[in-house]
Design a protein around this ligand. Structure first.
Ligand SMILES: [Zn+2]
Length: 110
C-alpha cells in the first residue's frame, strides 16, 4: 500500500484526467471516493496507482501502434502509386496517402 500523501497525489492526478470527487465517503473506511470512467474508486482501499498508470500506458501504446500501422500503409500506398497507370486509381491513392499523412502529423510527438 502507498502512503496517504501519495494516494492524495494520485487522486489529484485522476481528477486532472477527468475523475470527479464524490461527496459521499467510502462506506467501508470513510475514505474519499472518486468516479473515473464510470467507476467509483476509494482513495484508501483501491489501488489508484495502477488505475492512473494503466490509462497512461494504454494511450502511449495505442499511439505507437497507430504510428506503425500508418507508416506501413503509407509505404504500401506509395509502392502501389509507383506501379499504377490508371489516373483515377492514382487519385484515390494520393487522397488515401494524404489522410494517412495528416493523421500521422496529428499524433503526439515524442
Ligand atoms: Zn474505502
Amino acid at each position: 500500500m502507498s502512503a496517504p500523501k501519495d494516494r492524495m497525489k494520485l487522486a489529484a492526478e485522476l481528477v486532472s484526467k477527468g475523475a470527479a470527487l464524490l461527496a459521499e465517503p467510502c462506506p467501508l473506511d470513510g475514505g474519499i471516493q472518486v468516479r473515473y470512467r464510470g467507476k467509483v474508486y476509494c482513495t484508501v482501499h483501491d489501488d489508484l496507482s495502477s488505475i492512473a498508470k494503466t490509462t497512461m500506458v494504454s494511450f502511449d501504446t495505442v499511439v505507437a501502434q497507430l504510428r506503425e500501422v500508418l507508416l506501413t500503409k503509407l509505404n504500401e500506398a506509395a509502392t502501389k502509386l509507383g506501379a499504377e497507370k490508371d489516373g483515377a486509381k492514382q487519385d484515390e491513392l494520393v487522397s488515401l496517402m494524404t489522410k494517412y499523412f495528416e493523421l500521422l502529423q496529428k499524433l503526439p510527438q515524442k
